[in-house]
Design a protein. Structure first.
Lengths: 886, 109
């Protein structure tokens, strides 16, 4: 035999073992038979009789199967054959009980799908690295005012200069503010959100341009040509992603700006700007008001920490500087309201709102997943007896413990792959909705991707879940003493196994109670939110934003004339009942709080109460149907030349004047306006959202303080599209370059405000509903199996004279035992867990006992039904047949 | 069944088979008889150990199998040593001799 052949041989042997299995078995058979015959001949030669010879030979031979098994083991492909056989076994088992198998796959799939979806969200939002080169060294520097619940006062230009010269912890401090400007792209006016940034903003954050270049420091020098950077989204949507856009010029603020580059996709922070310009190009930024006024804070600041400086060191330096500022410029800092200066990592800022929600979701889906596993395990236990017979057969055929466990693993693999696929489909189907939901909470939602990683996660989790769910019944079966003995088909129940079953039912019920309680709380909260009076009536009111070009309408009189003309024209359109202008629509935030002084109040400015200043034209309160409580609303004769008048919202009046004083005809002074005489009192409007308290408003007449931008609100019963077209043509007749933006109805605005609460409660409701269904089905299945096995016992009882009702009651009682324990445990657990949900709820106490009790009661009733059905079926059987059944 | 043999015993069995086949190709029965005879009836190889061992050796490429006709005109599977097997035999033999010498030294000490 050559060397080559002797190397080839092992491979050939294995191949033959794989593909020529039958032949090998036959050969082995012949070989062993030959050996046996030779042994018999030897024995005959030694003088034994033929019968003795054969017997002796066989004895000496030992068990043939054992030899064959050992031989097979040595072939080196045993594991493959085993896998194939296990797979066939598992497939047969599954197809023989399609109902149970499908139920298991569906249940596990749902649990896994939900978990993977939430995991994907968490991974994207919290763990994906920031798309900035400077990564975790980027911080936002803020000036929070704790007592006033202000997250960031912002910074003024003089404060920024101080920070740059007086701190050493930062490699760079860059500024940002954002305004709406009008941009003319090929002659068409468009409103763009423009980020005004330090020239080195993107460079310091560590961003590479997708096309063209970033800003250079020279772009911010006096006399430089105006330049623009496009955000990636704007580049894609408006310019079709064509890189030739670099170098093109567009008109903004009456100057030609050159597009010098395009940014890569970035996290939309601080706002979702369309374009960016360096500070020099912003007409406001370079005015004396901003440059010199330390108290005029409009800038958001980001800092890049030096590599060798820790967060704590940077924080300490900022705190020191803050106290220095407070002592040097005391009147400009709300010293007594908890002013401080803080640096927070960018990632933390971006995810602050989303984190608690994601945590709550994660806890929920894990519960659902556990519930699904418990259910599948319970179904497995309930099938125990049939399984037992199969297992005994396998053991008799020579399978050891390891073999059975291997079989279990194979089954789990198959089940897991199927469930994982189902879960993956579910995750994909819900992806869009979840993405939109999370997108409201954090701009990081863009980092959420459904990729291969998640597919593996889904299948992996499903396999683990299936294995866990399957291991329990199998192991409990194996632990039984005397598994190899005893007749198959005994109808008495193993007490240990039924205890395990009961424990699982209890667990399921407890989980379900918690989930249902949470869902009920969210549902109630949403319902309440939906019925919150926003303070206005939004039906049939169309709105749009008009932002005036500040260079064309720099003079207040021009603005006032424009607005007046627009209102006249729009009001004369057919079908228009009311039309008015307001500085900012309700429910959209945009508060501009300022200290308000009433006559006789001598406190310093920092101590004065702050109210929200809002501009509204005549007819606004009628258009939005905001209730007038006292006095009168603005009228057409309230003009620039007349007396400065104002309206107070109900809560503002209370704040400023208290209960006893009549606010009518009182004078309120705010900075920038001459004394305002109060001519009326109106109802509160939810300015900051339905869930928040109404802001305290002082309304002033639009004609007397015309803003640079206002919302036009038009009440009409005509279809929106037609009305919109006519309004646009009216506006463009007056000024063809005036963009009209953000068109939506007031009612839509309210629905949008409700949307997060709606999504959350729908989500929780669905999950809880699933949990509920799974639990109910689980209880029913367990009772059905138990009843099925006790047919004989039931038959005996009835034959001995027990009434049907008694038997049914007995079965229900026994079935409900673990359920009641589960309810009690669940209530206790809910009591502990739900207070953490308080932050999500509107006017609903998380530990409200009535909600919990109602939920528990509901579950109780359903459980009773779930037990009653199979019990009733049991007593429908003829007792004699039951006795014979086995 | 004899499946949980220690490595030592398994290795020794392999050595004996390889040595037996060094003289001439044989079938399974012949190998067990030869070993019994040359060991003076001390070593009786069970079929349960022999055939798996033969399969193992074949898988490793140390012996090769072919069907032939036995001395009493029956079809039987004959095994023969390969070149690789010859090398392996030399190695195993050397190992065995070193091992038994070492044991001897300990016992004598």
């Amino acid at each position: 035999m050559s060397i080559l052949e002797s190397h080839l041989a092992p491979v050939l042997v294995r191949l033959r073992a794989l593909f020529g299995r039958q032949r090998i078995e036959d050969e082995l058979d012949s070989e062993l038979r030959f050996h046996l015959e030779m042994e018999i001949e030897e024995n005959l030669r030694l003088g034994m009789s033929p019968a003795e010879a054969r017997r002796a030979a066989r004895l000496a031979f030992g068990g043939i199967e054992g030899v064959k098994e050992a031989h097979r083991d040595q072939r080196g492909v045993r594991w493959l054959e085993d896998l194939a056989r296990d797979t066939r076994w598992a497939w047969r088992r599954f197809t023989r009980r399609p109902g149970a198998t499908l139920a298991a796959i569906a249940t596990l799939g749902l649990g896994v799908g939900a978990t993977v979806a939430v995991y994907g969200m968490i991974r994207g939002v919290l763990f994906e690295p920031l798309p900035f080169g400077a990564g975790d060294r980027i911080v936002q520097i803020r000036q929070p005012v704790a007592a006033r619940d202000v997250d960031d006062m912002g910074f003024s230009v003089p404060e920024l200069d101080d920070l740059r010269s007086q701190t050493r912890s930062f490699e760079a401090i860059v500024e940002y503010h954002s305004l709406w400007f009008n941009l003319f792209n090929e002659g068409k006016p468009e409103r763009v959100l423009t980020g005004v940034v330090t020239a080195g903003f993107f460079r310091h954050l560590g961003v590479e341009p997708a096309a063209g270049r970033l800003f250079l420091d020279s772009d911010a020098h006096h006399g430089a040509d105006p330049v623009l950077l496009l955000s990636h989204a704007y580049f894609r949507d408006r310019f079709g992603g064509d890189p030739a856009v670099v170098g093109r010029q567009v008109e903004m603020n009456e100057r030609l700006h050159t597009i010098v580059g395009v940014l890569p996709p970035l996290t939309r922070f601080p706002r979702a700007d369309d374009v960016y310009m360096p500070t020099l190009a912003c007409p406001f930024r370079n005015g004396d008001g901003w440059l010199l006024n330390r108290g005029f804070r409009a800038l958001t600041l980001l800092g890049v920490r030096k590599v060798d400086v820790t967060m704590e060191a940077a924080q300490a330096e900022l705190a020191e500087l803050a106290s220095l500022w407070r002592s040097e410029h005391g009147e400009l800092y709300p010293v007594h309201a908890g002013h401080s200066m803080q640096a927070t990592s960018l990632l933390e800022r971006l995810t602050a709102q989303a984190r608690p929600v994601l945590a709550a979701l994660l806890a929920t889906v894990l519960l659902v997943c556990l519930l699904a596993c418990a259910n599948v395990a319970n179904l497995g236990l309930a099938q125990g007896l049939q399984r037992l017979g199969e297992l005994r057969m396998q053991i008799a055929l020579g399978a050891g413990r390891g073999r059975l466990i291997r079989q279990l693993v194979t089954e789990s693999l198959l089940l897991g792959i199927a469930a994982g696929a189902v879960g993956w489909l579910l995750a994909r189907a819900t992806h869009g909705t979840l993405l939109r939901f999370v997108g409201r909470l954090t701009p990081r939602a863009e980092e959420i991707h459904l990729d291969l990683h998640l597919v593996f996660a889904a299948i992996g989790l499903a396999i683990v879940a299936a294995a866990a769910a399957g291991a329990l019944p199998t192991l409990s079966l194996l632990r039984r003493r005397g598994i190899g003995s005893g007749p198959v088909g005994r109808t008495t129940d193993d007490p240990e196994r039924s205890r395990l079953r009961d424990a699982l039912v209890t667990a399921q019920v407890a989980f379900a109670v918690v989930l249902l309680a949470a869902a009920a709380l969210f549902g109630r909260s949403f319902w309440k939110l939906q019925h919150v009076g926003p303070g206005f009536e939004g039906q049939n009111v169309l709105t749009m934003r008009l932002a005036l070009d500040f260079q064309k309408y720099g003079d207040g009189a021009d603005r006032e004339a424009f607005y007046r003309g627009i209102l006249e024209d729009v009001r004369s359109l057919p079908g228009v009942e009311e039309a008015a202008l307001v500085g900012q629509l309700p429910l959209s935030g945009g508060l501009f709080t300022t200290p308000a002084r009433i006559a006789g109040d001598e406190r310093t400015e920092a101590e004065l109460p702050r109210i929200d200043l809002r501009v509204a034209s005549d007819g606004w309160f009628e258009t939005a149907r905001i209730r007038l409580l006292r006095g009168r609303t603005f009228q057409r004769f309230d003009r620039a030349e007349g007396e400065t008048v104002g309206l107070l919202s109900h809560s503002a009046a209370l704040r400023l004047f208290g209960e006893g004083t009549d606010p009518l005809d009182q004078i309120v002074t705010v900075r920038g306006l001459s004394d305002v005489r109060i001519i009326g009192l109106v109802d509160d409007v939810r300015q900051e959202g339905l869930a928040n308290e109404p802001a305290q408003e002082l309304y002033v007449v639009l004609a007397q303080s015309p803003p640079l931008a206002a919302d036009l609100a038009v009440r009409s019963t005509r279809p929106e599209a037609a009305v919109l077209r006519e309004i646009e043509s009216v506006i463009h007749r007056r000024d063809p370059k005036q963009p009209v933006a953000s068109v939506q109805s007031l009612e839509e605005l309210r629905q949008e405000d409700l949307a997060p609460a709606r999504v959350l409660s729908t989500l929780m409701g669905t999950l809880a509903g699933l949990a509920f269904l799974i639990t109910a089905v689980g209880i029913g299945a367990v009772v059905a199996f138990a009843v099925g096995r006790r047919t004989r016992e039931i038959g005996i009882r009835r034959a001995l004279g027990a009434a049907d009702l008694q038997v049914v009651r007995l079965l229900i009682q026994e079935g409900m035992g673990p359920v009641v324990v589960g309810l009690v445990l669940g209530l206790a657990f809910a009591r502990i867990a739900t207070p953490s949900l308080d932050r999500f709820l509107y006017r609903v106490g998380a530990s409200d006992p009535w909600t919990h009790l109602v939920v528990a009661l509901g579950l109780f009733v359903v459980a009773v039904l779930a037990c009653a059905l199979p019990a009733r079926r049991a007593v429908g059987v003829d007792p004699l047949r039951a006795l014979q059944a086995e | 069944m004899a499946r949980d043999r220690t490595d030592l015993l398994q290795g020794t069995l392999d050595l004996l088979i390889l040595r037996t086949l060094q003289l001439e190709p044989m079938h399974g029965w012949g190998i067990s008889v030869r070993i019994r005879q040359t060991s003076g009836d001390e070593l009786q190889i069970q079929q349960g150990s022999l055939y798996p061992a033969l399969q193992r050796l074949e898988r490793r490429g140390w012996i090769a199998a072919a069907w032939g006709v036995s001395e009493n005109n029956r079809k039987a599977k004959f095994y023969a040593l390969t070149a690789l097997g010859r090398e392996q035999l030399a190695t195993e033999r050397a190992t065995w001799e070193r091992f038994s010498a070492a044991v001897g030294r300990v016992l004598e000490a």
